[in-house]
Ligand binder design. Structure first.
Ligand SMILES: [Mg+2]
Length: 201
């Protein structure tokens, strides 16, 4: 029997792989803003390359309260961001867009001190991406390392939510079908290849 063309829906509404930045793309070190402090997590390029092959748009969603707190500026953030995008690009990986939220409701300075629907656990950045790129969130995947990532994904009804937790096990989710706990990005790649793609093709 002929192999069927995979998922025509891909051409109608796109699916995204949403990635938190600190703790998912790079090692969490608290308020990273300099290139010399930015260390990619092992497996991130391989995961992103596979996701692109499978037709996912890559979207980064990152709270950047360090801007609110005055630890670094928007310009510092953008400088690091451009460098990061370049590191993906030289490996042939296109990041669709990076959404960031520079506000903090209590610790922000001046105009940066405010509530924001974009600040995770709120779903604002995910919903903006849905509108900007015409995404089907029910077929999309989110990878985060904190409760606020998971909650944002749930609030936006993202179909597949993965928490990276080096000490975690799948049992941590209490059998929740939407939410998977995996110890590292290699496991996330395997899940995307075998679990997600297996289920959707
Ligand atoms: Mg994080």
């Amino acid at each position: 029997m002929a192999v069927s063309t995979p998922i025509d829906q891909d051409r109608v509404l796109r699916k995204a792989l949403f990635l938190d930045r600190d703790g998912v793309i790079n090692i969490e070190k608290n308020y990273v803003w300099r290139v010399e402090d930015f260390e990619f997590l092992p497996g991130i390029f391989e995961l992103c390359a596979l996701a692109r092959e499978l037709g996912f748009l890559l979207i980064v969603i990152t709270n950047q309260a360090g801007i609110a707190r005055g630890y670094y500026t928007e310009a510092d953030f953008q400088r690091l961001n451009e460098w990061m995008l370049g590191e993906f690009r030289v490996r042939g990986i296109e990041i669709g867009y990076v959404y960031h939220c520079p506000y903090h409701p209590t610790a922000g300075i001046g105009e940066y001190r405010r509530e924001s629907f974009d600040r995770k656990p709120n779903p604002g950045m995910i919903l903006k991406a849905r509108r900007d790129f015409g995404l089907d969130l029910s077929r999309s995947v989110l990878v985060g390392d904190k409760d606020s990532d998971i909650e944002a994904g749930r609030a936006a009804a993202v179909g597949y939510i993965i928490r990276l937790d080096p000490c975690g096990t799948r049992a941590d989710t209490g059998g929740d079908p939407v939410h998977t706990v995996l110890p590292d990005l290699v496991e996330v790649r395997h899940w995307l290849q075998d679990g997600y793609a297996g289920h959707h093709s």
